[in-house]
Design a protein around this ligand. Structure first.
Ligand SMILES: [Zn+2]
Length: 136
């Protein structure tokens, strides 16, 4: 696990505790998120406000996350959160290495910490169809 993963895991754990207790994020956590993730943060918070994150699970514990963007396009990310099929991930994260992650993955991390993912159960076959239908 990288140092960034360790630091962000700690940060999201703190955010979870704080959100469970107070129902909001503190300014200091928003500053820490901004320092760590930068530009995608505001858009990610907007996605969280719009309840854009769905956690899809199957009875055999296959799982993916789906983020519905403001344009209505859906981005499907593996549960490892190591990939998003958006342009920002392809160029900002993978190609240029300028971003830690994209707004979609950050929205998933925040929604998980804040308990705001909509959980939907689907069969393995339905999950495979969702992955197959992902637009790139
Ligand atoms: Zn993305």
């Amino acid at each position: 696990m990288s140092t960034i993963d360790l630091v962000s895991n700690k940060l999201f754990e703190e955010i979870k505790q704080e959100y469970d207790k107070y129902g909001e994020l503190s300014d200091s956590h928003i500053s820490a998120l901004n320092c760590m993730f930068g530009q995608p943060l505001l858009a990610a918070l907007d996605l969280v406000d719009n309840s854009a994150v769905t956690h899809i699970v199957s009875p055999s514990e296959k799982e993916v996350y789906q983020v519905c963007s403001n344009s209505g396009r859906k981005y499907t990310c593996p549960a490892s959160l190591q990939f998003c099929p958006c342009m920002s991930f392809a160029f900002g994260v993978i190609k240029r290495g300028e971003l830690i992650t994209c707004k979609h993955v950050l929205a998933i991390l925040l929604s998980k910490a804040m308990g705001l993912c909509t959980v939907v159960e689907k069969s393995d076959e339905e999950i495979s169809i969702i992955l197959f239908q992902q637009e790139y």
